[in-house]
Design a protein around this ligand. Sequence first.
Ligand code: NDP
Length: 477
Amino acid sequence: STAQIGVTGLAVMGRNLARNFARNGYTVALHNRTASRTRTLVEEFGGEGDFIATETAEDFVAALERPRRLVIMVKAGDPTDAVIREFAPLLEPGDMIIDGGNAHFADTRRRERELREQGIHFVGMGVSGGEEGALNGPSIMPGGPVESYESLGPMLEKISAKAADGAPCVTHVGPDGAGHFVKMVHNGIEYADMQLIGEAYQLLRDVAGYAPDRIAEIFRTWNTGRLDSYLIEITAEVLSHVDEVTGKPFVDVVLDQAEQKGTGRWTVQIALDLGVPVSGIAEAVFARSLSGHAALRDASRSLSGPKAAPLPEAEAAAFADRVEQALYASKIVSYTQGFHEIAAGSEEYGWDIDLGAVSAIWRGGCIIRAAFLDRIRAAYDARPDLPSLLSDETFAREIADAQDDWREVLVAAVRQGVPTPGFAAALAYYDALRAERLPAALTQGQRDFFGAHTYRRTDRDGSFHTLWGGDRSEVAG
Ligand code: NDP
């Protein structure tokens, strides 16, 4: 028999993706550098479907029907290149290599170019949803040549998550690195969402004076409204969890130093290259980084500042409602920034990404899945050329309604010394976009003064320079 698809790299993600294909009726060829993993998979889950276990690269390739579809689920970076080097010489024109790892989109662009010369279709495919998603239905973001989607697409549609309206959470995002780029920004938005939720929690704890189990209840309530999302749901679970050993709230016994694997950092690095202000995502990455500076934090604990004093019980509930408004408004801003980055990447690399389709495939399966994404899709479907999510009437109105509370929450945070970089960056972005005039005019004056960098004027075309060291007359720049 021959397999319609093969998976090499059978750690958590690869194993679960292979099982997902098999459970959907496909025959799946299996391969892993260390053969014992392949054997274990077949021993434990062989009954779930048709698997062809192979040990050598040659046997693996021989087990695949043509054109071959070979999914790589190995550690991103050099291991992916090593695996491509191993398999590419065994493949023929028209065959497909699908990289489901968290590759940097620039690597995907390079690999696609190199393999195209050999006639191999290389599909960089973002996969979100973690271990559970890979097994039961992830959100899938494939890039690569559009022809490859003709035969691969229907298979991915089968194994993907389905949104509430039944639509599969997969679409051909765009050529070469488009899929991995969108996956990268997805993770950046995930960082921002998590940071904003973290700030909301800290405010409810320090300013409202609520204990974790009470805050969990509040998150559960929020999860029935417009904030309905996977991350809010699991936040309530984590907050209500009690540590077995100490009997204390779990969140109080975990070291407060967050880790990161790199996709959030890439989102910010690439945004800097593209000139896109993703201040909320950047603050989220920096907040994780700051949390990890244990020595710096130890050395700084004695710095002076207010100590948060919880509000009287009668005022706490109203404050919690305000926090919900601040969280929602800040969330709109992070998504605005993330979608701006995708639009800018699409423009830079000629990907022609459909932003409405991207929000649609994030509605299920992935970590940032949320009811909210349906609304983003509606906004882009109504106006594909929407300059920014904030230009959408509905979102603009919601922020307008939320902003008094949003500002009040930040006032309380600043007064009480609770760090809220995500909420603050989001509001600063909003206010900067609204501003009639920005101090950038002064910046231009300074740049012209010290570096003769020239400036443009509001009343005339052209560029100008003031003779700052001379008689201060203006000349053409
Ligand atoms: P890991 O990232 O831990 O990778 C382990 C796998 O890579 C093993 O199968 C290992 O083989 C193989 N491998 C490592 N180096 C090489 C090499 N030089 N040559 C051949 N094979 C090699 O596994 P995960 O399942 O966690 O992730 C797989 C990919 O999916 C990664 O790119 C990851 O970033 C991405 N991803 C992970 C998510 C998650 O939630 N974990 C979510 C979405 C994407 P061996 O058994 O022989 O050591």
